[in-house]
Design a protein around this ligand. Structure first.
Ligand code: GDP
Length: 331
C-alpha cells in the first residue's frame, strides 16, 4: 500500500459521469494545471487513472461512468476497492441535466455502503462558476432533497452525503478537498489541539497545516476559517514554490524544490505578517500574525520547534501501531 514515511496515505475515489470534471479537478489540485488549460484535456478511456503522486499526502483513483464501472460484471472486483477506500467523491456537473448522475450516485453509494459502511460519501456539485449565488443554493437544495428521498425510499436513511459547491476557477475546489481529506486523518483532533496551543503561546492569529503539493490544508486551529485568509495562504504557497523552482536547490531525493528547512516571510501593507515554515517533507505551517507579535520571532521559532517535535511523535505513534498490527496479522 502507499505510504509516506510509513504513514498510510488516505485513499480517495473520484467518480462521476464522463465530462463531469474529474480529470480537471485532479490536474488543477494535484498537478498545478491552470483551469483554462483543462479545456483541452483529452477524454481518456483508461479503466482507471491512478495517481499515487509521491509529492502529496493523499492518493486517489479516478473512475468514469458509464463504461468503466459495471457492478454486474463478475470480473470487476469493486468490493476490494471499496474496502480500501476512505472517501468516495462523486462529481456532478451542475451546468448539465443531472438526473442520470443522481441515479448513478445512488447506485454507487448503496453498493459501496454495503461493502464498507465507514466510507465518507462526498458529493461535489461542480462547475458552479457559471451560476448566481441564488442559483447555487437552489441546486444544492434540490440535489440534497432528491438524494435523500432516494436513500429513504431504499431504507438507507442512515447514509450521510456531504455536499459541496465547487469550481476549478476559484479556491472552492481546494477548500472542498481540504474538508474531505481532514475527515480521513484520525489524528485531526490532536493536530488541532497542538495548533491551538502553538498560536496562543506565540501571539499568532491563525495557523494552517498545509500539504504543500496540493494546497490542501489538513488542519487548522479552532478559530473560524475565512476564505480570504485561505486564499492568501494558497497564493503564498504558490509564490514559495515558484521561487524555489527557479532558484532553489533541486532536492533529488523527493523531487521537490523545497525541503524540511524551507521558510518564507511576507509582510503585507496592513501590518499583517504571513510566516511559512516546513514541518515535514510534505507539510508546511502557514501563520497569520500582527507585526508587533512578529517582533518576538525567537519565541515563535522556539514554540514551532516544540510543535514540530510533537507532530513527529503523533505520526510516529501511528506508524508503530500500524507496524505492530502488521506483526499481529502475520502470526
Ligand atoms: P472527466 O471526463 O470527468 O475527467 O471531465 P474533464 O476533466 O475532462 O472535464 C470536462 C470539461 O469540463 C473540460 O472542458 C473542463 O474544462 C470542464 N470543467 C472542469 N471543471 C470545471 C469547472 O469547475 N467549471 C467549468 N466551467 N468547467 C469545468
Amino acid at each position: 500500500s502507499d505510504s509516506v514515511n510509513g504513514v498510510v496515505k488516505p485513499r480517495i475515489l473520484l467518480m462521476g459521469l464522463r465530462r463531469s470534471g474529474k480529470s480537471s479537478i485532479q490536474k488543477v489540485v494535484f498537478h498545478k494545471m491552470s483551469p483554462s488549460e483543462t479545456l483541452f484535456l483529452e477524454s481518456t478511456n483508461k479503466i482507471c487513472r491512478e495517481d499515487v503522486s509521491s509529492s502529496s499526502f493523499v492518493s486517489f483513483q479516478i473512475w468514469d461512468f458509464p463504461g468503466q464501472i459495471d457492478f454486474f460484471d463478475p470480473t470487476f472486483d469493486y468490493e476490494m476497492i471499496f474496502r480500501g477506500t476512505g472517501a468516495l467523491i462523486f462529481v456532478i456537473d451542475s451546468q448539465d441535466d443531472y438526473v442520470e448522475a443522481l441515479s448513478r450516485l445512488h447506485l454507487t453509494v448503496t453498493r459501496a455502503y454495503k461493502v464498507n459502511p465507514d466510507i465518507s460519501f462526498e458529493v461535489f456539485i461542480h462547475k458552479v462558476d457559471g451560476l448566481s449565488d441564488d442559483h447555487k443554493i437552489e441546486k444544492q437544495r434540490d440535489i440534497h432533497k432528491r438524494t435523500n428521498t432516494d436513500l429513504t425510499d431504499a431504507g438507507l436513511e442512515q447514509i450521510h452525503l456531504s455536499l459541496y459547491l465547487t469550481s476549478i476557477y476559484d479556491h472552492s475546489i481546494f477548500e472542498a478537498f481540504s474538508k474531505v481529506v481532514q475527515k480521513l486523518i484520525p489524528q485531526l483532533p490532536t493536530l488541532e489541539n497542538l495548533l491551538n496551543i502553538f498560536i496562543s503561546n506565540s501571539g499568532i492569529e491563525k495557523a494552517f497545516l498545509f500539504d504543500v503539493g496540493s494546497k490542501i490544508y489538513i488542519a487548522t486551529d479552532s478559530s473560524p476559517v475565512d476564505m480570504q485568509t485561505y486564499e492568501l495562504c494558497c497564493d503564498m504557497i504558490d509564490v514559495v514554490i515558484d521561487i524555489s523552482c527557479i532558484y532553489g536547490m533541486p532536492n533529488t531525493e523527493a523531487g521537490l524544490p523545497h525541503d524540511k528547512d524551507s521558510m518564507a516571510i511576507i509582510h503585507l501593507n496592513n501590518t499583517t505578517v504571513i510566516y511559512l515554515k516546513e514541518v515535514t517533507k510534505f507539510l508546511a505551517m502557514v501563520c497569520f500574525l500582527r507585526k508587533e507579535s512578529f517582533a518576538r520571532k525567537g519565541l515563535i521559532d522556539y514554540n514551532f520547534h516544540c510543535f514540530k517535535k510533537a507532530i513527529q511523535e503523533v505520526f510516529d505513534v501511528r506508524v508503530k501501531v500500524q507496524q505492530s498490527r502488521k506483526l499481529l496479522n502475520q502470526r
